[in-house]
Design a protein around this ligand. Structure first.
Ligand code: PNS
Length: 162
């Protein structure tokens, strides 16, 4: 079975993430959406909350598994017996950082290949940070995140979360 890991912070999941997950599903039999557990990073949603939101957005997708992972992605992939990472590449500005990560992961785990999927044109500018910024100023984020998590973001903002 061909399996890919689609890693990220997903704080919160955006339509851009969902697009990449859905396109990974066209290429791989199974897509593991792996949420980084990083206690040092300030996030709007806890890891468990982010996993919950992702599970809700991917409900009914039998070929998608949502998990949390700690430590190195290269180690986690080895542990799961997975040799492919799928990531979305937006503008050229993403490239250097993603290239560095891909090469580092390859050094750490030579079996691991990173595949970049070109982000759809409508998601070129989209990121979780932008979504949080718009939401924090009361802007409309309905074109940027899955409808089923809209209220969770609004609620977190009204609680003062960023
Ligand atoms: O959504 P993000 O924050 O851009 O995702 C980044 C992520 C989680 C893919 C990346 O930070 C990661 O893989 N972290 C795990 C630690 C690791 O393996 N670091 C070495 C690769 S540079």
């Amino acid at each position: 079975m061909r399996t890919a890991i689609c890693p990220g912070s997903f704080d919160p999941v955006t339509l851009g993430h969902l697009d990449i997950i859905n396109r990974s599903r066209k290429v791989f039999d199974k897509t593991i959406v792996a949420v980084l557990v990083n206690p040092e990073k300030h996030t709007m949603f806890t890891v468990d909350e982010r996993i919950g939101l992702l599970k809700r957005c991917t409900e009914g997708m039998e070929d998608v598994e949502v998990v949390g992972f700690e430590g190195l992605l290269a180690d986690y992939a080895r542990q799961r017996g997975v040799t492919a990472i799928v990531k979305g590449l937006r503008a050229l500005s993403d490239f250097e950082y993603e290239f560095q990560q891909a090469l580092t992961n390859k050094k750490l785990n030579p079996e691991l290949e990173t595949m970049f999927l070109t982000t759809s044109a409508e998601n070129m500018f989209l990121s979780s940070s932008i979504v949080k910024q718009i939401a924090s100023f009361g802007g409309d984020i309905s074109n940027f995140v899955p409808e089923c998590i809209l209220e969770d973001i609004k609620a977190r903002i009204s609680e003062g979360g960023k």
